[in-house]
Design a protein around this ligand. Structure first.
Ligand code: ATP
Length: 503
């Protein structure tokens, strides 16, 4: 359901999860900022992954390599060539790229028009303005949206059929001019590199061109011997890392699913040559089970085995997730052979061999990689959690049914009213809880509204302090998903929450 994603995007913005980046300057395309709850959720996901990979596996350790690497790294890895060539050598790719760019620009123009209409209306109606309602009913917005949908539909069909002739006509029909030369000439195509580059050092000193890493993996490969030696690691062992990666994606869309700056959580598992397919199967299954343990629904996952393998792999698959846009890649698992380490040996002139005590022989290990996008996982979790419910009394609520371990705020402490010593008591409970979990104090508005607000944020527990609390030391604890409330001793609250959170 395409509307599903729109709802999630606007909920994420309204409740401090994800904001368009540089919004006061009308945003920067396909870049997003994580807000106060988004940053917490992201952190919790990262920690959950780190715990499963590093803490729970004796033979896996974590590192944090830098984003900038020696430029030769990207020659060795094949990125400098592989990311360049298709654009230069293949005529159809050139056309496809050109079509992608032109269409994206055109859609962005229509998008901007829609946003202007919305801004104007919001100015007019002020607080009572409901963007969703406006989108759904305003003829000008609808007309523009229809145009975008039509472009997207035709664009998708044409790309799938590789029908570039048709695309050309479409572009002409839309009267979009060439963004580079201003003409409608298709023959000369700008060279395009998916890696972002910048200069190291000042220009006067003869600056050298360096790249922002397009994957975190290479930081692990170049450090593998450092870690192996200093950690006295024996094969098989793994090195894990989370961090930012940058790709100048031709089409970056669908919210945080495909961005130009994103975060990866990768693990490279170093093994004896010849055992790679065995380990590939093991990691395939481990990773799938890990995803399923999040409780987003087993039916929402599937494997997609790659038949066309990348230059570095001898087996590869994706774990796909059922996003609001359909099944799409969430994680990649690759048997990368000794491609990367061998290439780094060749380009650096340094030996990257491991001495196997049992075999009494040195060799370059093989590698199985698991690589998941943190932002994509965030989207999978947020989209699955987002629920609109009609309650028994006919009222409606929007609730984020986030896995309890991952929820940004674990509990909210609410004084029923703001007098009679209830706020003080509530603060006392909060001060007690904040050492172990992230808690929030909320004393504004009627209690029902406060519950709704916490539902929208995804807070699993609300602790309400009322007059009875002062008499017998009990509070009510309200559970987010069932909305059930029960009275418990205030002193029990922390252990109830910690148990649910799995601490
Ligand atoms: P895709 O086919 O979707 O472009 P990929 O196969 O290029 O992805 P990998 O190079 O295998 O991706 O990277 C591993 C993971 O990093 C992906 O499974 C995905 O979750 C994440 N990822 C890759 N590119 C992006 C991006 N532009 N924005 C957000 N996450 C990304």
């Amino acid at each position: 359901d395409p509307n599903e994603l729109k709802k999630i995007v606007s909920h994420a913005k309204e409740y401090g999860y994800v904001f368009p980046s540089s919004e006061i300057y009308d945003g920067l395309s396909a870049t997003y900022d994580y807000g106060q709850y988004g940053a917490e959720l992201k952190q919790n996901i990262r920690q959950y992954w780190w715990k499963a990979m590093v803490q729970m596996n004796e033979n896996i350790v974590g590192i944090d390599a830098s984003i900038f690497m020696h430029p030769t790294t990207w020659k060795a890895s094949g990125h400098v060539d592989a990311f360049n060539d298709p654009m230069i050598d293949n005529k159809d790719s050139k056309k496809r790229y050109r079509a992608d760019v032109l269409i994206e620009e055109h859609v962005a123009k229509i998008d901007a028009k829609i946003n202007k209409e919305i801004e104007k209306a919001a100015g007019k109606f002020g607080d009572s303005f409901d963007e969703a309602q406006f989108r759904a009913t305003n003829p000008r917005v609808l007309q523009n949206q229809e145009k975008i949908d039509a472009i997207n539909a035709r664009f998708k069909e044409d790309i799938e059929k590789e029908n570039f002739e048709d695309l050309k006509l479409l572009i002409e029909e839309l009267e979009i001019s060439d963004p580079v030369s201003g003409s409608k000439n298709w023959t000369e195509v700008r060279q395009f590199n998916l890696m972002f580059s910048t200069e190291l050092g000042s220009l006067a000193d003869g600056a050298s061109k360096i790249y922002l890493r397009p994957e975190t993996a290479q930081g692990i490969f170049v450090n593998y011997l450092n870690v192996q030696k200093t950690g006295r690691m024996k094969l098989p062992f793994g090195i894990a890392q989370t961090g930012k990666a940058f790709r100048n994606e031709i089409i970056a869309r669908q919210f945080i699913f495909r961005m130009r700056e994103f975060e990866q959580m990768e693990m490279q598992f170093f093994i004896k040559p010849g055992t790679e397919l065995e380990w590939y199967e093991i990691w395939k299954n481990k990773r799938m089970n890990w995803h399923k343990s999040l409780g987003l629904g087993e039916e929402n996952y599937r494997f997609h085995d790659h038949l066309n393998l990348a230059h570095y792999a001898n087996a590869a698959c994706d774990i796909e997730f059922n996003f609001p846009m359909g099944f799409k890649e969430l994680e990649g698992i690759h048997s990368r052979t000794d491609f990367d380490l061998k290439a780094h040996e060749e380009y650096s002139g340094k030996k990257l061999q491991y001495f196997d005590n049992e075999m009494e022989q040195s060799y370059v290990p093989y590698v199985v990689e698991t690589s998941v996008g943190l932002d994509r996982l965030f989207l999978a979790i947020l989209a699955t959690a987002y629920t609109e419910e009609t309650l028994e009394d006919g009222s409606e609520r929007t609730v984020l049914k986030l896995p309890v371990q991952l929820a940004p705020v674990k509990a909210a402490v609410l004084p029923l009213i703001n007098k009679d010593g209830l706020p003080e008591k509530a603060r006392e409970i909060m001060d007690d809880l904040k050492f172990s979990v992230n808690v929030q104090y909320d004393g504004k508005d009627a209690i029902g509204r406060r519950y709704r607000r916490q539902d929208a944020i995804g807070t699993p527990f609300c602790i309400t302090v009322d007059h009875q609390t002062l008499e017998d030391g009990t509070v009510t604890i309200r559970e987010r998903d069932s909305m059930e409330q029960r009275r418990v001793a205030a002193s029990e609250v922390s252990s109830i929450i910690e148990k649910a959170v799995d601490l």
